[in-house]
Design a protein. Structure first.
Length: 321
């Protein structure tokens, strides 16, 4: 048997540590190369969904002076949410996860974020917010995913400039930055693709939170579809975990972002600074405009934009950047 551990970026405050990942038999989804061309690329993407997670296996976390053991859930997922009150500098820190199963063992290292003192926390969707994905059309989205490797996928104009300015806003040191979180309805299978795409385009380094992992071809055909309620829960968890900073939310009008963000604004009436929704079609959607007006009535600045330079202008006018 071969074991494969996939770790994701975790996060910590002055009271609690959150670290999570998956355990697989044989290959994790990120072992399939993202730069293949043509049919090889299509097969690599499909292979990311043909995985075998391992359930109820012991996993041990080591971080600073903390050592704790848990077991994986039925889908191979594990999460450590544990008390943590050690002194820790702001920035990214390394943690270690160990798994031993019969005669097999594996050790992997991951990263955990202790935020710098922030002017804002930035929570952004991924598909059609910065990565052009055509989520409005199931078949077009599937075609793009299967036919275009990471180098051929496109990013919206000026979005990198906007995100970099949001990252730097209010910081007086090149080492410091506002904390970024990418929250999407894409599954954990696509974590490495998203992470590498973000790095390639020099988007701010972020904690990435995705949807429950999928394990078969039929699951692959429904990627990114279904309920988006997990996004609401993950955003709620982030704001609850770091409640003392205002947040900027970025999304698009192709799915349910505006509806989710409206709920977030109602639950956290003092925590939201601005909501940005990208227009993905030729015209603005009347129902989205209505929702954004309601968000604005809660004292949150809103911007419904087609091109990122408009979002940048709005951020400057509002003193966000």
């Amino acid at each position: 048997m071969k074991l494969d551990l996939k770790l994701y970026r975790g996060y910590v405050n002055d009271q609690e540590l959150n670290v999570y990942g998956h355990l697989f038999e044989s290959w994790a989804p990120d072992k399939y190369r993202l730069d293949r061309k043509g049919i090889k690329h299509a097969f690599a993407i499909i292979h990311m969904f043909r995985i075998s997670p391992l359930k109820n296996v012991e996993i041990t976390l080591k971080f600073q002076n903390t050592k704790v053991t848990t077991k994986t859930l039925d889908d191979g997922y594990f999460r450590f949410s544990i008390p943590f009150n050690e002194e820790l500098e702001s920035g990214w820190h390394q943690y270690e996860v160990i798994c031993n199963l019969k005669d097999f063992g594996i050790v992997e290292k991951g990263e955990v974020l202790k935020p710098h003192p922030s002017k804002y926390g930035i929570i952004s969707d991924i598909d059609d917010t910065f990565l052009i994905s055509h989520s409005n059309s199931f078949f077009k989205k599937l075609y793009v995913m299967l036919s275009k490797n990471i180098y051929k996928r496109k990013i919206f104009d000026d979005v990198v400039e906007h995100y970099k300015e949001l990252s730097r806003s209010g910081q007086d040191s090149e080492c410091a930055s506002n904390s970024f979180f990418y929250v999407s309805s894409s599954e954990w299978n696509l974590y490495e693709f998203i992470n590498e795409f973000a790095k390639m385009h020099e988007l701010p380094k972020a904690v990435i939170k995705l949807k429950k992992i999928k394990t078969g071809i039929s699951d692959f055909l429904s990627t990114g579809r279904g309920s988006h309620d997990h996004k609401f829960e993950k955003i709620k968890d982030i704001i609850s975990f770091y409640p003392n900073i205002p947040y900027v939310l970025l999304g698009d009008d192709s799915q349910k972002d505006a509806y989710i963000y409206e709920r977030i604004c109602k639950i956290f009436p003092k925590s939201l600074k601005a909501v940005y929704i990208r227009q993905t079609g030729k015209k603005k959607k009347s129902e989205i405009t209505k929702i954004l007006k309601n968000i604005e009535s809660l004292g949150v600045s809103v911007c419904y934009f087609k091109h990122s330079h408009k979002a940048i202008e709005h951020s400057r006018e509002e003193g966000i950047i």
